[in-house]
Design a protein around this ligand. Structure first.
Ligand code: GUN
Length: 329
């Protein structure tokens, strides 16, 4: 936390301080002082648009075949962040008419209990998507559990076969992981060209960084990965036309890490102490927004940027899965 707070302070002390395509061209607007400032990418309203399209499709499915999509969520343990993510996912399902089922298991449960929860959802024909909230407790073998999720219900896209197909040319995964898919959707909807561009992805997690790099490559970007052992992250990032940061360190990407005109997607969700806020903390991204907005041509805010897209893509994957299961188009 001390490191995070220091980064936050450094940044503020600088006098500045995270379907169907409807492409729109990014606008470079001008501030009162005639400083160019980036377009702020409104992930919240795009996600709302996508969710309302999904709600319409769920209605049409119900009216036509009398079925609705179903999502099963497995939550192990009491992590506050995971509980909050899962709550938001279940609420989003309710809002669009997707049925949700939930298996909550204690932190100290046996791995076999998680495996049997997955198996019973695999066997349930009204479940079209299964999500095992990560991270799992330390004593569990994540790989073994994710391997058991039925390939055609793997709405997170974390099964090694879906991930492998995402990585291989000429192959199609049944599902693409939600946050990376949301990032690409934002770029496409804002009319950002990806083909032939230089992209840098900061972070290489299985959930976000690695699949985002793979997806950008599928869209024909030239992709570099920056991670904890990268010697010159600033110089590499400064080369990029598109920067996606998913490293989980508050304000690590400063204005001088960016090439002027770069498009910046901030996936970071970092709590920092803020005694003036109701809960004593607030959430900020990996990117020092106030500096970056002066350099980039477009940037996602935190909150309200990539975050809402993750849930929209989860709903979209669940809808697609149910359509596939029922042969409904
Ligand atoms: N933990 C953090 N992000 C995710 C996600 O997208 N899916 C799952 N299952 N767990 C997560």
């Amino acid at each position: 936390m001390a490191l995070l707070l220091r980064r936050l302070k450094d940044c503020t002390s600088f006098g500045s301080t995270e379907g169907d395509l409807i492409p729109t061209t990014p606008r470079v607007t001008t501030s009162a002082g005639d400083e160019p400032v980036a377009t702020v990418i409104d992930g919240k309203s795009i996600a709302e648009e996508i969710r309302s399209g999904i709600a319409e499709e769920v209605c049409r499915m119900k009216d036509t075949i009398g079925k609705v999509p179903g999502l099963a969520v497995i939550l192990v343990g009491q992590r506050k962040d995971s509980q909050s993510y899962v709550r938001n996912k279940i609420k989003a399902c309710q809002e669009v008419g997707i049925t949700s089922l939930m298996a909550e298991l204690p932190e100290d449960c046996e791995e076999d209990e998680v495996l049997s929860a997955v198996s019973s959802f695999n066997d349930n024909p009204s479940v079209h998507g299964i999500l095992v909230q990560l991270p799992l407790p330390q004593h569990m073998d994540e790989e073994r559990i994710l391997n058991v999720v039925s390939l055609d219900k793997d709405v997170d896209g974390f099964h090694p076969l879906n991930m492998g197909n995402l990585a291989m040319r000429g192959r199609e995964p049944l599902f693409v992981p939600c946050t990376p898919k949301g990032c690409i959707e934002l770029l496409l909807r804002y009319g950002v060209e990806i083909m032939g561009k230089k992209a840098v992805v900061i972070g290489r997690s299985n959930i976000v960084g690695m699949p985002t790099s793979l997806l950008l490559q599928r869209h024909h970007a030239t992709v570099s990965t920056v991670h904890a052992f990268t010697r010159n992250p600033k110089e590499i990032t400064r080369e990029a036309d598109i920067v996606v940061s998913a490293i989980g360190v508050a304000n690590i990407v400063r204005g001088d890490w960016l090439k002027p005109g770069a498009v910046v997607l901030d996936v970071g969700i970092n709590p920092v102490e803020d005694l003036s806020s109701e809960y004593g903390y607030r959430i900020i991204g990996d990117v020092c927004f106030e500096e970056a907005v002066q350099v980039a041509s477009a940037i996602t805010p935190v909150p309200g940027g990539v975050g809402p897209m993750t849930i929209a893509m989860l709903l979209s994957n669940t809808l697609d899965s149910s359509k596939r299961a029922y042969g409904f188009s």
